[in-house]
Design a protein around this ligand. Structure first.
Ligand code: PGA
Length: 256
């Protein structure tokens, strides 16, 4: 894991945006895994401003609420079109978001996995992290080998997401999420986290034992993971000085 600590969310986002921009220039038909929530908002704004060519890019989103109409302002479908897709030249048929209104959800989850395979796999997966360490909506105790499937949110995640829905009760309890096994197959993972409320989950994921209690900790087993943090999100890391040292002393050819 490469831990990149920056003074502000924008500075951490700029590093992440440069990694994605480089990928899209090197591989114009890249397959991106995308995330929702507050964290990637800055990233999408930054990528839009970079004026990249998305015409051959394929995307797969991590998750979606079950039963929320696609047009609902808080569906991840709405989120992605509003905050990224409508601002770039992406082809509509290259966008994939789990269908939270499918008649046969288990079947549509299997088809989602199949589509990822057909697209050649995910080149780079963008991740946020929940205050409980979830990635996608893989809540604590999720199987570390899981595939795209239905999950029930924890009370904590419902509380965390109440701000988008006006109340905790209004947050849908069920979701479709790519599994941890699915995320681990991405060729590269790029996790962003900002703010002190993420500090504990980040420290456990990076420096703690690998455990399904903190699903993000499985990323320690992935060969290419970059973690872009602002200072508050990095504030519980015991080895923060080492991570800064590594970043400051990168050989020229490795700089971002
Ligand atoms: P947030 O959510 O970006 O809204 O903090 C992150 C997550 O739940 O993965």
């Amino acid at each position: 894991m490469e831990i990149i600590i920056q003074p502000t969310p924008q500075a951490a986002t700029d590093v992440a945006a440069r990694i994605i921009a480089r990928l899209l220039r090197e591989k114009p038909d890249a397959v991106l895994g995308l995330a929702t929530g507050s964290t990637p908002l800055l990233l999408y704004r930054t990528l839009i401003a970079m004026d990249l060519d998305w015409s051959r890019v394929t995307t797969f989103n991590l998750d979606e609420y079950i039963g929320l109409p696609r047009e609902h302002p808080q569906s991840y479908h709405s989120f992605m079109w509003e905050n990224l897709f409508q601002h770039v030249n992406i082809a509509k048929d290259r966008v994939h978001i789990p269908d939270g209104n499918a008649k046969d959800i288990p079947r549509s989850c299997n088809e989602y996995e199949e589509r990822i395979r057909e697209a050649g796999g995910i080149d780079l997966q963008v991740l946020g992290i929940g205050t409980d360490g979830h990635i996608g909506f893989n809540e604590p105790t999720s199987s570390l080998a899981s595939r795209t499937r239905i999950k029930t949110l924890t009370r904590q995640t419902c509380k965390d997401n109440a701000r988008f829905f006006g109340s905790e009760q209004a947050v849908p309890k069920h979701v479709i999420t790519m599994g941890i096994g699915t995320i681990m197959e991405a060729r590269q993972n790029l996790l962003l986290a900002f703010g002190t409320n993420k500090a504990r989950a980040v420290a456990e994921a990076v420096e703690g034992p690998i455990t399904s209690i903190n699903p993000a900790s499985i990323l320690q087993m992935h060969p290419v993971v970059k973690v872009c943090l602002d200072e508050p999100a990095a504030s519980n890391l015991q080895r923060a000085d080492y991570f800064r040292w590594v970043y400051e002393n990168k050989p020229e050819w490795q700089t971002l």
